[in-house]
Design a protein around this ligand. Structure first.
Ligand SMILES: O=P(O)(O)OC[C@H]1O[C@](O)(CO)[C@@H](O)[C@@H]1O
Length: 440
């Protein structure tokens, strides 16, 4: 396993009255047991294509080839898309230092930019400054109809026009969307087909927020030279307990789901994941969408919160420890002890911290993660620990699959459909109406 999970400090027997009582865990495990059977059935019948992705290898060469087309000769790679069409790729890109403070540029390779949020000022300035001739745009939208992505693509075509590069659009822009359905529009394809832009197909049966292991997540990863086969192999590890007779208590995704179901039964409405690693910051953004869109329905669901350690100890810890006991915490740690700068003895003493002498910065971060976990427990806050010794492609693949499985099982156990998101349409439709009416 690329990580270990421990739930002991989530139990009332360990942390007191605000922890999860044995009765809630038992009830949750029983519901999750049924959910696991359903997932195994999905697997046997092939009704959930997501479950086939970890073992799939025959598409990897074409994924790598598209990655090379995005990268070769490029100074900049721009990924256009929102939510499930962006966040998984961002999580993976952090393995190559994307959005890691101060390390934005990957070695000598191209810069990568994800424009998932639509902000007119940012986007106009970026299109002004990007060397368009050496930039590659990858426009991703499962539905092909997301307004933000369509506007961004139209703006790119207009900018190419202005720069006299419009006839090169097919070399500069690449698309990824569902195949055109009979009689139905796919706006992104309709927009780009006349430019000669080539498209990859989004599997219609893999939802956007579950698509990170498909070409949606893996093409940008391959463009950054990330080992995409290892990501899938890691995901296979998380799925393995569903393919054999592993007991429920030894199946990490099932245990994680049971923990969340028990927290729901106990009225804990907030799920906080706090990761002690810069390279997991986007992973948490990805998880927040996964959790919120999959489980927030029928008046149910828990509020996902992503936090980063140690920095958020200095902004959120007060509430977490002394506020309402309505949260289930997950702390993700990595092996950082012994890593980073070593503290000089004389300077440590001068700073009034003799205990720093000869310690690495990583020793401090490791101690902080552990101290936070123990402090949660001492303050009666249920906490699960996930420890990832080495955050590499395999571990990331396993983490991604673990959290997707945990989410699906939680949905099944709570009687929710974890794959739809009916509530998101209303405001989208109203916004397009207001736009035509000139309101806003
Ligand atoms: O990939 P698309 O179809 O552009 O959708 C982007 C995102 O928008 C949503 O539909 C929500 O509005 C998400 O479910 C999805 O990940």
């Amino acid at each position: 396993m690329s990580f270990t999970q421990s739930i002991d400090l989530a139990l009332a027997s360990q942390v007191g009255g605000h922890g999860l009582p044995a009765t809630a865990i038992e009830a949750a495990l029983s519901a999750v047991g049924t959910a696991v059977e359903r997932l195994r059935e999905d697997q046997d019948k092939g009704t959930l294509p997501l479950l086939r992705l970890p073992a799939t290898t025959d598409d990897l060469e074409s994924i790598r080839a598209t990655g090379r087309r995005l990268r070769d000769g490029a100074t900049d790679i721009v990924i256009l898309g929102v939510g499930g069409s962006s966040l998984g790729a961002q999580a993976l890109a952090q393995l190559a230092d994307y959005l890691v403070p101060g390390l934005g540029r990957l070695g000598d390779g191209p810069r990568i930019h994800f424009f998932d949020n639509l902000d007119p000022l940012t986007y106009a300035a970026v299109l002004e400054r990007l060397p368009l001739g050496t930039t590659r745009f990858f426009a991703v939208s499962k539905s092909g109809g997301t307004g933000e992505t369509l506007m961004q693509v139209i703006a790119v075509l207009t900018a190419l026009d202005r720069a006299g590069l419009r006839d090169r659009a097919k070399d500069i822009i690449f698309g990824l969307s569902e195949p055109q359905k009979d009689g139905k529009r796919n706006a992104l394809r309709d927009l780009l087909a006349p430019e000669g832009v080539s498209f990859l197909a989004h599997d219609p049966n893999v939802g956007g927020r579950y698509s990170v292991l498909s070409n949606v997540g893996l093409v940008p990863a391959a463009a950054l030279d990330i080992d995409v086969a290892a990501i899938r192999a890691g995901a296979a590890k998380a799925l393995a307990p569903f393919g054999d007779d592993t007991e429920l208590k030894d199946n990490p995704a099932a245990v994680g789901a049971a923990l969340n179901v028990a927290a729901t039964l106990e009225g804990k409405g907030i799920a906080v994941v706090m990761a002690y690693a810069d390279r997991l910051e986007r992973f948490m953004k990805w998880w927040v969408q996964l959790w919120a869109e999959s489980l927030g329905k029928d008046g149910k669901g828990t509020q996902p919160v992503g936090a980063l350690g140690p920095v958020d100890q200095h902004s959120q810890q007060q509430l977490y420890l002394a506020g309402p006991k309505d949260k289930l915490f997950t702390v993700i740690t990595t092996d950082v002890a012994g890593k980073g700068s070593v503290m000089d003895e004389a300077l440590s003493k001068r700073a009034g911290e003799p205990g720093f002498a000869h310690k690495h910065i990583g020793d401090f971060v490791a101690a902080q993660g552990l101290a936070m976990i123990d402090t949660f427990a001492k303050n009666g806050c249920p906490v699960r620990r996930i420890h990832v010794p080495k955050l590499d492609e395999t571990a990331m693949g396993q983490l991604l699959m673990h959290f997707m499985l945990e989410t699906i099982l939680t949905g099944y156990a709570l009687g929710l459909d974890p794959f739809d998101q009916p509530a998101v349409e209303e405001a989208k439709i109203l916004a397009k109406k207001y736009l035509t009416e000139g309101k806003g």
